[in-house]
Ligand binder design. Structure first.
Ligand code: URA
Length: 436
């Protein structure tokens, strides 16, 4: 078999066999297929697409390119959740404990943030001492004992995807639906999920800006799940403005804890309840979403979900006093208010711009090696639909002295991210569609 023949076949719109896809992925992983041939193939896929069968084969070959986690020593069906990334998305920190409290084990491998999007692992590290590196045994034992563990992704999971994603990033081939779908699903399959709930974001802060593209991506991922025997459902949720009010690591932990106490933002609570309901149904703990929702609401109001977060923090070495008293979490030295320059109603909030502003304040990474400031970030005071008066606070910047240089640009970006209308604005739905 020769890579050039497979590139030509795809360029001409033909379907590759499982063996041919395996030849490319294994060859690329070990360096037999060079970057320039893989780039040409990725561009051919970008234009010609892939069938559902090809996409599933690609997913399995990428999943098998590195460590595959065997979760069979954990009791119960493993339901994973994946979000396609956004701004202010702290759902894992709320729904991990919530779902675990309802009896579905959560063995979660999460990532770090890059650019305008945050990562669950960074957020949890805002709690002093919280360790995201557990040995395999410790990880499994913790899930069996308290129902929940959250760790960083192991170094050797899906190396073929890592390499291909890096190549796509510099060859304008990231935004290909089969390539994104196989990349996401390969990581979930390698992480050992029996079933998967996908939160596909749509809007200005999302990978997919339009509803049509978001639905196409969701369908491609659900199709992969079906083909490889993992029950998968996808919720299309709004990312046309940040989720909740807080963007930044410690700030988001505070908001997640408030949500577990039943005192969080309505949009965050609702998205968590919807995603968690699907997890309960797939995990066999409820017959219907309605039944699941009742169980979950009870876990919130009884305090069991919050207790589960405390158990997680304690088990992974975190300082539990910071959960009891949120003022003990990292706090920024400087607070700057961003004020509205007009009267009216908030019509739009460019979520990506808010994410970039938070990054300029130190909350996110400009490059993979940037050091983040756990206290920094942005807290919105106004969301879409809210009335606003001239001079009223739209949002508050939290920063430390070392990032003062980024403050003016961050403030301008936040102000400009807000679109203000003179007429009353209709709020967008929080969830647009369910793809099964
Ligand atoms: N996220 C991924 O993990 N892979 C992609 O290709 C795009 C987004």
């Amino acid at each position: 078999m020769r890579a050039v023949d497979l590139i030509r076949k795809k360029r001409d719109g033909l379907e590759l066999s499982n063996e041919e896809i395996g030849f490319l992925i294994q060859g690329y992983s070990v360096g037999d297929v060079p970057d320039y041939q893989m780039a040409a193939w990725a561009m051919a896929v970008y234009y010609q697409g892939m069938s559902a069968r090809e996409t599933a084969d690609l997913t399995l070959h990428m999943a098998a390119s590195g460590d595959m986690v065997d979760l069979s020593s954990i009791h119960g069906l493993m339901v994973d959740k994946h979000s396609t990334g956004g701004v202010g998305d702290k759902t894992t920190i709320v729904l991990g404990p919530l779902v675990a409290a309802a009896g579905v084990p959560v063995a979660k491998m999460s990532g770090r943030g890059l650019g305008h999007t945050g990562g669950t692992i960074d957020k949890l590290e805002a709690i002093s001492g919280f360790s995201v590196e557990l040995g395999k045994e410790q990880f499994f034992n913790q899930v069996n004992e308290i129902g929940l563990a959250v760790v960083g992704q192991s170094g050797n999971m899906t190396p073929a995807d890592k390499k291909l994603y890096g190549l796509r990033d510099v060859t304008a081939t990231v935004d290909s639906i089969p390539l994104i779908a196989s990349s996401v699903m390969s990581k979930k399959i390698a992480a050992g999920a029996d079933a998967i709930v996908l939160d596909v974001k749509t809007g200005s802060g999302a990978f997919m800006k339009t509803l049509d593209d978001s639905i196409r991506l969701a369908k491609a991922m659900v199709d992969i799940g079906t083909q490889v025997g993992r029950s998968t459902v996808a919720v299309i949720s709004d990312m046309d403005q940040p989720l909740g009010y807080a963007i930044g690591n410690a700030l988001e932990i505070k908001e997640a804890v408030a949500t577990l106490k039943g005192e969080g933002p309505a949009d965050l609570e609702e998205v968590c309840l919807i995603l968690a309901s699907h997890m309960l149904v797939l995990g066999g703990k409820a017959e219907s979403e309605a039944e699941a929702r009742k169980i979950l609401q009870e876990k919130l109001s009884s305090g069991e979900a919050l207790d589960k977060l405390k158990a997680l923090v304690q088990a992974q070495g975190g300082d539990i006093t910071q959960i009891h008293d949120l003022q003990l979490l990292p706090q920024a030295e400087i607070i700057v208010e961003v004020k509205s320059s007009s009267d009216g109603f908030v019509e739009s909030i460019q979520a990506e711009e808010i994410g970039i502003a938070a990054m300029l304040l130190g909350a996110g990474r400009e490059t993979k090696d940037s050091i983040i400031d756990l206290a920094a970030g942005v807290v919105l005071h106004k969301k879409i639909g809210d009335p606003v008066a001239l001079g009223e606070t739209l949002a508050v910047l939290h920063l430390n002295e070392v990032h003062r240089a980024g403050c003016v640009e961050a403030g301008n970006r936040v102000r400009e991210a807000y679109g203000i209308s003179t007429v009353k604005v209709q709020r967008r739905p929080l969830v647009f569609a369910l793809v099964t």
